[in-house]
Design a protein around this ligand. Structure first.
Ligand SMILES: [Zn+2]
Length: 250
């Protein structure tokens, strides 16, 4: 086999691995986002329950304020009642006083009701906060895992890059250029096997004559007559490790 062809085959294998690393790295941010989205359900139930507790507290403050104000009116009216001259005026103020008393009593019922419901609201809120904390802990663990994967892939990538540079040193500028061009135009697969006369990149068959030349050549690099990929002979029946699943669609 032509020594440059051997280097190009290795280069192709390393580039495939690098593509896989880059692909894996590019998918990590979305995975992290998905993890973080998992928290929004917990966050919104905490917010909702906080809102409920806050609303109950507000209602309580309002009722207490109203009680105070009716209490004041009640005292004022009682004061006035001691000063009136006629029975009629006295009775009228008496009715006013009864009205205030019944308002106050209704408001006191409301206050009691709210105060009795508060512990349950607060307990629910504490429960939801606990669930949120647990979920946060879980998500942080998952995010850390993704970050570690990313670091692993980046380390692997940098090791592969060194290997690829070393291999590129053994290939002429002309073939390297063709290789890079094919990688760009042929879905990342520039070098592929020809098995049973068929290019594994585009599935087109070479003529028998040309196939035999490719198979037996020691000093020449052949390319596919159809897709122009760099070809190497691969015995039928053996697995072809360098073929990518992506075969040309045309
Ligand atoms: Zn081809």
């Amino acid at each position: 086999m032509h020594p440059e062809l051997a280097a190009l085959m290795e280069l192709q294998a390393i580039d495939v691995q690098m593509d896989q690393c880059r692909d894996a790295i590019s998918r990590i941010p979305a995975s992290i986002e998905k993890e973080e989205r998992y928290l929004t359900g917990f966050e919104s139930s905490v917010a909702e329950l906080e809102g409920e507790v806050e609303a109950a507290r507000k209602k309580l403050r309002e009722a207490e304020g109203e009680i105070q104000s009716f209490d004041q009116k009640l005292r004022d009216t009682r004061g006035k009642q001691t000063l009136v001259k006629t029975n009629e005026e006295y009775r009228a103020l008496g009715a006013e006083i009864e009205g205030y008393q019944s308002r106050i009593s209704a408001l006191e019922d409301t206050v009691l009701e709210i105060m009795e419901s508060m512990p349950a609201h607060e307990e629910k809120l504490a429960g939801a906060r606990g669930e949120l904390e647990t979920a946060r802990g879980k998500v942080q663990g998952e995010v850390k895992k993704y970050e570690n994967h990313q670091a692993d892939f980046e380390r692997e990538l940098s090791g592969l890059l060194d290997k690829s540079k070393a291999l590129a040193g053994g290939v002429s500028e002309e073939w390297l250029k063709r290789y890079e061009g094919l990688r760009k135009s042929r879905q990342g697969l520039a070098v592929c096997a020809v098995v049973n006369r068929t290019c594994q990149g585009c599935r087109m068959a070479e003529t028998i004559k040309r196939f035999l030349e490719i198979r037996d050549s020691e000093d020449r690099i052949y390319t596919c007559s159809n897709c122009k990929r760099i070809l190497y002979y691969h015995e039928e029946g053996e697995s072809v490790e360098l073929s990518l699943p992506a075969v040309d669609e045309e």
